[in-house]
Design a protein around this ligand. Structure first.
Ligand code: AMP
Length: 282
């Protein structure tokens, strides 16, 4: 596995690989890799000739009071995992290289961002699509792999690809979980023991809500019950609980199309998100 830090070198490498006819699979990450990231790398490995994984903690997608400075980082461990699990090139650019003009030109998302993390983290998705536009241009991938743990991101990035005619196919991959159901996340390391003990309740509530939706309970009642149960968790607080159409992310009254039940929950040093997508009834 090659580690490439400079954009011009990455572009040169991709040009060579394209010249020999390789398909390129791209896995963008912020590092501190876990089995969720690895599942994307492995899927790309199965489907593409050359697999590029990027590690870039993108300052533009963090708000002023968010955790950019203390986002977990461990490059040596990431390098080992990326290599062992099938990456050909680990792209690890610096902030200065990615934003040579100090982010003087940025993208803006106006659809699907008035809800969920878009609403709670103003500017977050503008930062995400800005960095992905840069990365898509550099990597020129045939397929880009994203996790449905960040389902709103998948919806927004699909829009980005369609709106700007990026010749890349987005492959959405299922959420990888701990044995007790907690969604794997780089931020889980910041859970204190007593919080880690409570955290699986988030997914348990999503599962319960899914069953209630599928057995015909009114969506507003399902949501209300989730909110009350989450309130009983002795630590942290709910940021949002929503039931929306997916991928449109619009308010719905009844279960007559594909839905997402999504939540965000703040523990002391880690804000966790999770969701479950429910297909329309047959
Ligand atoms: P991040 O490093 O958190 O920006 O995540 C990089 C990619 O990995 C994104 O497409 C995420 O959706 C995906 N990802 C993160 N956690 C998981 C997980 N538990 N299961 C599957 N994909 C994940």
């Amino acid at each position: 596995m090659k580690v490439i830090r400079h954009i011009y070198e990455m572009q040169h490498f991709i040009k060579e690989r394209k010249r020999r006819g390789d398909t390129i699979g791209f896995v963008p990450t912020m590092g501190f890799l876990h089995e969720g990231h690895v599942s994307l790398i492995e899927k790309a490995r199965e489907e593409c000739d050359t697999v590029v994984t990027s590690i870039f903690v993108n300052p533009l997608q963090f708000g002023p009071n968010e955790d950019f400075d203390r986002y977990p980082r461990d490059f040596e461990r990431d390098e080992r995992l990326a290599r062992e699990r099938g990456t050909d090139v680990l792209f690890y650019p610096s902030v200065e290289d990615m934003y040579p003009d100090g982010a003087g030109v940025q993208m803006k998302v106006t659809e699907r961002t008035n809800v969920l993390c878009g609403e709670k983290r103003p500017g977050h998705f503008d930062g995400v699509v800005t960095v992905l536009t840069k990365l898509f241009h550099i990597i020129q991938a045939d397929r880009a792999y994203f996790g449905l743990k960040d389902a709103q991101q998948v919806a927004v990035v699909n829009d980005l690809i369609d709106s700007y005619f990026f010749p890349v196919e987005l492959v959405a991959c299922p959420t990888v979980r701990e044995e007790d159901g907690l969604a794997k996340s780089s931020r889980n390391v910041y859970l204190k023991d007593h919080e880690r003990f409570e955290a699986p309740k988030l997914y348990q509530q999503l599962l319960r809500a899914k069953e209630q939706v599928q057995t015909g309970k009114a969506l507003k009642d399902v949501r209300q019950e989730m909110i009350s149960v989450l309130e009983d968790i002795p630590y942290g607080e709910t940021d949002y609980v929503e039931i929306l159409s997916y991928p449109q992310l619009q308010t719905v009254e009844t279960f007559d199309r594909k839905l997402i039940i999504a939540l965000a929950y703040r523990f002391e040093n880690a804000r966790l998100i999770d969701n479950i997508i429910i297909e329309e009834k047959l």
